[in-house]
Write a protein of this length. Structure first.
Length: 368
């Protein structure tokens, strides 16, 4: 099988992507041909040779690097399909499936999914609509709320309203009245807790809002509950499976970027989570409902809060391309349920090909 693994990207989670893709490349059986495509931070695509794959395989601590070789610039050919959808220099790259291990903007927001659709290529993960909606935390909450699923109270703020003095005054009053301090503020369309923070008063709110607006033109203000953070892996196209939930116990004030990726003692990951049978059942059932509310396919990690005081369970967010190192929560929860890392990767690729075949049976025009 010919598999294109795409990594890096124009995203605040560029380095996380390199780690995730390194683990995937190290695990895929060498009988499969891999096209390693690294995307620079300015968005240029470059093909990397077999020597990069060998370097990663030989050293378990090695992380992918992106070499900017103009002779190996990769282009996407609309309508090219599995034989001619990708091209490096003068050479086409036959591709049975694409695994875009891209976290955050330009990876989980429907943009690259649309590119693959135009190229007529199978790809791992949700489609254009499901990924774009899932990336927007306000739209996520709106759909879950409409579906009768439990969400944390929130206010969404657009940049143009924040910049209007009268509207800003009304927003602050509403946040303090309806939600009360402490509050949690984060960009609507950024991942890995980038630009996110907890605030205890108006001055902190004003400061944190400006920080969040550096990452997106729309931010979310949420009620900050003292909660346990529980996650659940989900896979599937038409048949959805939810795996054993795990729990994150952060040593920081919350599970921020540093706790996730730079501080080795930033959090304890507990799989399975310490839940009773009723809680475990509720988490898994709700994860499936949350996934299916967006018509997601392939994979996602659904994140929850459990209020420490009341025990109430809330949906937090969904990640359509979650962290994917061998020690990341998503694959570890799948592994705890009996689906090991190497089999999980191939299962996701098979799901991508199956969905592609199903979708291509649909009519796209009145005459062929």
């Amino acid at each position: 099988m010919n598999i294109a693994v795409i990594y890096g990207g124009k995203s605040s989670e560029h380095e996380v992507s390199l780690q995730s893709a390194s683990s995937i490349i190290r695990t895929i059986d060498k009988k499969h041909k891999l096209h390693l495509i690294g995307i620079s931070k300015n968005g240029a695509w470059y093909l990397h040779g077999d020597e990069e794959r060998e370097r990663i395989i030989k050293n378990e601590k090695a992380v992918l690097k992106i070499k900017k070789d103009e002779a190996k610039r990769v282009t996407v050919i609309p309508g090219g399909g599995t034989k001619k959808g990708l091209k490096a220099g003068d050479d086409f790259l036959p591709t049975d499936a694409v695994f875009a291990v891209l976290h955050g903007r330009f990876g989980e927001d429907g943009t690259i999914q649309g590119l693959f659709e135009m190229a007529d290529l199978p790809y791992v993960g949700g489609d254009v609509m499901s990924t774009s909606i899932s990336m927007d935390k306000e739209k996520t909450k709106m759909i879950w709320d409409y579906s009768g699923l439990p969400i944390v109270p929130y206010i969404a703020i657009k940049r143009q309203d924040w910049d209007d003095p009268e509207k800003k005054k009304a927003i602050l009053a509403r946040a303090e009245k309806d939600l009360e301090y402490p509050l949690f503020i984060k960009p609507c369309r950024a991942g890995s807790s980038v630009g996110a923070g907890m605030v205890k008063n108006r001055n902190e709110l004003l400061e944190q809002a400006e920080e969040s607006f550096l990452w997106d033109n729309k931010i979310l203000v949420e009620a900050c509950i003292e909660a346990r953070e529980v996650e659940c892996s989900v896979t599937g196209n038409t048949k959805t499976v939810a795996y054993i939930p795990g729990e994150i116990i952060p040593t920081h004030k919350f599970y921020d970027y540093e706790a996730k990726y730079t501080d080795p003692n930033g959090a304890e990951l507990k799989i399975p989570a310490d839940l009773n049978e009723t809680q475990r059942k509720t988490i898994r059932e709700t994860a499936i409902k949350a996934y299916e509310a967006f018509d997601l396919s392939g994979l996602s990690r659904v994140d929850f809060f459990i209020d420490k005081r009341t025990g109430k369970i809330y949906l937090n967010e969904v990640n359509t391309i979650p962290g994917f190192t061998s020690i990341s929560m998503f694959p570890k929860m799948c592994g705890a349920s009996g689906l090991p890392y190497n089999e999980l990767i191939m299962h996701l690729i098979e799901l991508a090909i199956d969905r592609f075949k199903t979708d291509r049976k649909l009519k796209t025009c009145r005459q062929s």
